[in-house]
Design a protein around this ligand. Sequence first.
Ligand code: ATP
Ligand code: MG
Length: 423
Amino acid sequence: MSQQIQAVRGMKDILPQETPLWQRVEQTLRDTFSAYGYSEIRLPLAEKTELFQRSIGEVTDIVEKEMYTFEDLNHERLSLRPEGTAGCVRAGIEHGLLHNQIQRLWYMGAMFRHERPQKGRYRQFHQAGIEAFGMEGPDIDGELIAMTARIWKSLGVTSLVLQINSLGTLAARQIYRGHLVEYFNGHREALDEDSQRRLTTNPLRILDSKNPDMRELILAAPQLSEHLDAESLAHFERLKTLLDSAGVLYTVNPRLVRGLDYYSKTVFEWVTDQLGAQGTVCAGGRYDGLIEQLGGKAAPAIGFAIGLERLLSLIESQAGLPAPQPPHLYLLVAGEHAERAGVKLVESLRDALPGLRLVMNCGGGSFKSQFKRADKSGARVALLLGDEELAKNIVGVKFLREERAQQEISMDNLAASLRELIL
Ligand code: ATP
Ligand code: MG
């Protein structure tokens, strides 16, 4: 036997028993996005590496060490997308969707980050996200957050709590940065290796450290809120009022900085204590400077992304799996004539009964072994078609899950009879 090939580490197969939950969650997301007036955008899985360097930031975990970057045959440096915002803004500028316009967009799909795989952290994972362009006030920030709250409600998820913060304008952050550097410089010996490096490259990112040994030091660090500019403060206050009106509960977390460079003003995360260390299920914020930074005309923007694997584990632990959807009917066919008649029959039934879930036995076998397959499929009713039935122009109907006598139904009004029996 030759050696077996396995999936790439951190890239999971989603097996048939798991897909019903994926489909339910995806459908809820699509329905909710659409109900709030958002349109879908579909973006390439790979972009020029430079796009991510310029948007997410050179000195972020993602760009520093998590990207799948390669040279293609034309020696162009490409990266598999680690997130959706950069590509969406690139596309928006390229197709003229952003200048002087309001856009409400959503996307859903696979993202790639070369991280250490563990529960809730994969190398290929999935996000559903929103990007809203052209609106500078806190009203859209509130809309986005209320929409996420509605999604959790529709899915029966109760253990997520909302944390919000304001990062202020770039200018305010520069001032704050000075204070932070001064503080951490005074505690150099307590900084881990990553944080020492960040002290010169990107000191705010130290606040995002997941190292428990750094916790106390970070807790005692000066807070950005003390240095916020008046406009950002007013924006944040209005957002809080709007969330109150929408009935969305939140806590202000002054240390929430997010791991990407492009954020300004509002940032937020939905977190849970049910998933261990990987507790952030949805994260987002405002990125008013990014469009200009990527070569477009300046325009305000805000977005979020939901990590679908984490959302699904939460649903699984709380609400359980949705019931599978077995076929209504399983057709057993014996003999060459019956097989031909069977193909004709199933296609006409599919024409006549939209929504019908019907499996036709393929691969032959005795009626006995076909019955076993029918049973395993979960179908409620088996239809039998052999030479005898053909000769009489009927189909045998056997109920697989209830005590009911076997019936014979004429081929001529099969669709109508089945509609009554099973749909
Ligand atoms: P974390 O702090 O958990 O690494 P992040 O700040 O890197 O998250 P974002 O870039 O904000 O994450 O992505 C938004 C969401 O996507 C996260 O909150 C999480 O739910 C999900 N996510 C991010 N990275 C992964 C991953 N490697 N595997 C699974 N889900 C992920
Ligand atoms: Mg990360």
